[in-house]
Design a protein around this ligand. Structure first.
Ligand code: IPE
Ligand code: IPE
Ligand code: MG
Length: 224
């Protein structure tokens, strides 16, 4: 049985779900939040230590302003309403990405990260304004500026995921088979599952089906 420390998820398909069921992409984002809550609960049940959720990419700024505003509103409300409970559940929240938001959101993020920083049951890394290429370039820039030797250990020091083990498993919902600029370095040896269901349709039993299948895979890491 493979140890499972870290699950990363590209939560895709909200827009299509919303259009299909409520004729509104934003309704899909709202519905997707319920899946987020369910998956967090199930991740804890499965004793997994790290859960990384892709919530907003550096490319998602290309979307209509109305949708972007809706997404950030959802996020702000999530942090305002849920951080107390997450903290009570011993969950640590970390934002990965370029933290360059409105004053209000920056403050909320700072407060949420600080409040939960000592927790150790589950660490949730929320990828927000995250782009892997930006992250990699940034790390190279830091190495070069500090005139440090270029090796894996030094390079990883400057990644957003510093001190976080690489994902064992990546799940992408929404029936699309691509990485969309997510954790390109960190996923080098992860097992990848492309799930047909749209994120709001992704249920606990679907998650557990993937976790079960993951545990049986023979992971070689180049060996035999
Ligand atoms: C993923 O769902 C959530 C975000 C990018 C915020 P999408 O909004 O990409 O949903 P589809 O892919 O358009 O259905
Ligand atoms: C990836 O989904 C980003 C998130 C889930 C936050 P997208 O829906 O933005 O990906 P592309 O643009 O279709 O590849
Ligand atoms: Mg999408």
């Amino acid at each position: 049985m493979n140890p499972l420390n870290h699950v990363a998820i590209i939560m895709d398909g909200n827009g299509r779900w919303g259009l299909k069921h409520k004729n509104s992409r934003n309704a899909g984002h709202k519905a997707g939040l319920i899946t987020v809550e369910n998956i967090i609960r199930e991740t804890i049940k499965n004793k997994i230590r790290y859960l990384t959720l892709y919530a907003f990419s550096t490319e998602n700024w290309r979307r209509p302003k109305k949708e972007i505003n809706y997404l950030f509103n959802l996020l702000e409300n999530f942090l305002i309403n849920r951080i107390e409970d997450l903290n009570n559940q011993n969950i640590k929240l970390k934002i990965i990405g370029d933290k360059n938001f409105s004053k209000k959101l920056n403050k909320l993020i700072f407060f949420s990260e600080k409040k939960t920083s000592k927790n150790n049951k589950l660490q949730i890394n929320l990828a927000l304004n995250y782009g892997s290429k930006f992250e990699l370039i940034n790390s190279f820039k830091k190495l070069s500026k500090n005139k440090e030797r270029i090796n894996e250990i030094n390079f990883e020091k400057y990644l957003q995921t510093k001190n976080i083990p690489d994902p064992d498993l990546l799940i992408r919902t929404g029936n699309t088979k691509r990485l969309s600029n997510f954790l390109l370095w960190q996923l080098a040896y992860s097992e990848i599952y492309f799930e047909k269901k749209l994120w709001p349709d992704f249920k606990i039993k679907d998650y557990n089906r993937i976790l079960k299948s993951f545990k049986k895979i023979k992971r070689n890491f180049g060996s035999i």
